[in-house]
Design a protein around this ligand. Sequence first.
Ligand SMILES: [Zn+2]
Length: 209
Amino acid sequence: MKIVIFGPPGSGKGTYATLLKSQLGIPHISTGDLVREEIKNKTPIGDKIVKYSNSGKLVPDEIITQILKRRLSPDLSKGFILEGYPRSIEQAKQLENMTKIDVVINLNVPSEVIVSRLSARMQCKNCGSIYNEQTLKPKVPGKCDKCGGALFKREDDQPKIILERLKVYEQTSSPVVDYYRARGSLRDVIVDDPNASPDIVVKKIMSLI
Ligand SMILES: [Zn+2]
C-alpha cells in the first residue's frame, strides 16, 4: 500500500503516520526528516540546502525530489506512508513518475482545533519527539519518554503565527488536493475534536484505506 498523508501543520499527521506505520508494517517517510538528516550528516545535498535556507531562498523542487527518489526506491515494492510531499503539482507529477500512489489521506482539521492543539504542544529539546499537554502527555511531566530530555514549547506555536502558517498551507496545498481528488484517490478524514485520541483518528484512516 502506497499512501500519501496530507494535513495542515498541527493536524497530527506525523503522529498518525507513525501509528499507521506500526499497524501496516510499512515505513513512514517524511521529507522533513530526510532533509534534516542530509543537513545533519553534512552531505553535499545537505550543504546545498543549508546554502538555500541561509540566503532565505526556497529549496528547489528537484533537490527534494532527488532525496526522496533515493529513499523511496528500496521500498517501492513494499509500500510506504509519505509525509511532506508532494507540495506542488510539479512534485505530484514527479511522484507519479516514480510510482503509483494508492490512496491520499487528507486530514481536515478546523483552525480552532489546530490552535488549541498546537498551543498545547511540547517538543523534546534532545530528540525532537512531540508531546501534547492534553492528548499525548509524557509519563513524567516536562520530560521526554524516549530519552529523558527536557520538553519545551516552540516559538512558532503561538496562535497568531499558527493562523498565518495555516493560511500559507491552505494556499499551497489546495491545488495538490484538487489534483488527487480529480483522480479519485483522495480520502477526506475530518478531525474536529481537539481531544480526539490519535488511536481513534487512525482507526478512521484504516477504515478508508
Ligand atoms: Zn527525547
